[in-house]
Design a protein around this ligand. Structure first.
Ligand code: 2P0
Length: 345
């Protein structure tokens, strides 16, 4: 095999991010432009993450993709957007900056292989890590650098926030072409070392209503969502950024819980309504409030995305005790849902 025929192979990982000010609703479906800004915390690389390998070779007759070992449809419009945008930037770079760059490489087809180390589509932000990782890995393969969150956004909105570590905001922007709808780091991952995230998996099943169609119905039918996007989130973005900067846990925690609750309220205000929280989720919510009330201060916060699994924020010093409390009320090795429903009344 001569050098030209040798596949080029790059592997990268990208972590999940957890929104504390939620994204829900698009103003442009094709470009994935949101109706409000959002803010999230990106997990560490060694936790919930996607690992993606991209190989490129002149001997590949077509682009192909495998997700968790199963081949998927490469013609998916969002995948095509990401591939097209990366190849466009690669061509631009060759034309503008470095005409000596290997031009055959740009026309080579890719084989993409992506694996999550957590349940896919159970409301654990798998598309965020997935598209962030895809875009970053493709960029490395094709030698593209610079702002890539705008491309990740076109794969899945929340993916743009996983392009950065630490505390990240996705600025909604106001341009029609979406050029200003990008992610920006608010504080780096080193900013708040005491902050901890626990994921309480209430169900690892696929969610019944996907985020994309769920938020479409919400935009069409929920007046609460309109109010939230116009009159609530702008102020909360300022307050949350400030709480993060000051490492003010009670302020951060209270805003996080309120924003999760309002997001789920907009789901209930959607017609027909969408229920992502289960009875277990509701019990976790009650438990967190009882726990905080017991200490007379906000030590723990919950947030829920498009599924019943709770994401808990707390500080390092409270982790062992809170985990004991959770294990007490949700004993391991029981089917919690059956267990609770099976209790005598
Ligand atoms: C978020 N979620 O901010 C919110 C909170 C779920 C609840 O971003 O259609 O998978 O691909 O842009 O990014 C889930 O929405 O939707 C989401 P698309 P995405 O994390």
């Amino acid at each position: 095999v001569n050098n030209m025929d040798k596949p080029k192979i790059v592997t990268c990982t990208a972590p999940v991010n957890i929104a504390v000010i939620k994204y829900w609703g698009k103003r442009n479906e094709d470009l994935i432009l949101p109706i409000n800004s959002s803010l999230s915390v990106t997990l560490h690389q060694d936790q919930l993450k996607t690992t993606t390998t991209v190989a490129t070779s002149r001997s590949f007759p077509e682009d192909r993709i495998w997700l968790n070992g199963k081949e998927e449809d490469i013609t998916h419009p969002r995948l095509q957007s990401c591939l097209r945008e990366i190849r466009r930037l690669a061509r631009k770079r060759r034309n503008d900056e470095d005409p000596s760059l290997d031009s055959t490489g740009l026309s080579h087809k890719v084989h993409i292989c992506s694996i999550n180390n957590f349940p896919t589509a159970a409301g654990l932000a798998s598309s965020a890590a997935g598209f962030a990782c895809l875009v970053y890995t493709l960029a490395r393969v094709f030698g593209v650098e610079g702002e890539l969150s705008g491309i990740a956004r076109q794969g899945s909105g929340s993916a743009c926030r996983s392009m950065y570590g630490g505390f990240v905001q996705w600025i909604m922007g106001d341009k029609d072409d979406g050029k200003d709808s990008v992610a920006q780091q608010v504080e780096p991952e080193t900013h708040w070392p005491e902050l901890r995230i626990l994921v309480l998996v209430a169900s690892a099943e696929r969610k019944p209503v996907g985020s994309t169609s769920g938020m479409q119905t919400s935009v069409q039918t929920s007046c609460l969502l309109k109010h939230r996007a116009q009159s609530v989130v702008p102020e909360r973005m300022v307050e949350m950024t400030d709480a993060v900067r000051r490492k003010d846990f009670p302020a951060f925690a209270e805003l996080t819980m309120k924003d999760s609750n309002q997001f789920h309220a907009t789901c209930l205000d959607t017609y027909p309504p969408i229920f992502y929280l289960s009875s277990v989720s509701q019990q976790v919510i009650s438990l967190v409030h009882r726990y905080n009330r017991h200490y007379g201060e906000t030590r723990v916060a919950y947030t829920f995305d498009a599924g019943p699994n709770a994401v808990i924020f707390t500080l390092e010093q409270h982790v062992p005790e809170f985990v004991r409390v959770v294990q007490h009320f949700f004993p391991p090795d029981t089917h919690t849902e059956d267990f609770i429903q099976g209790l005598p009344v």
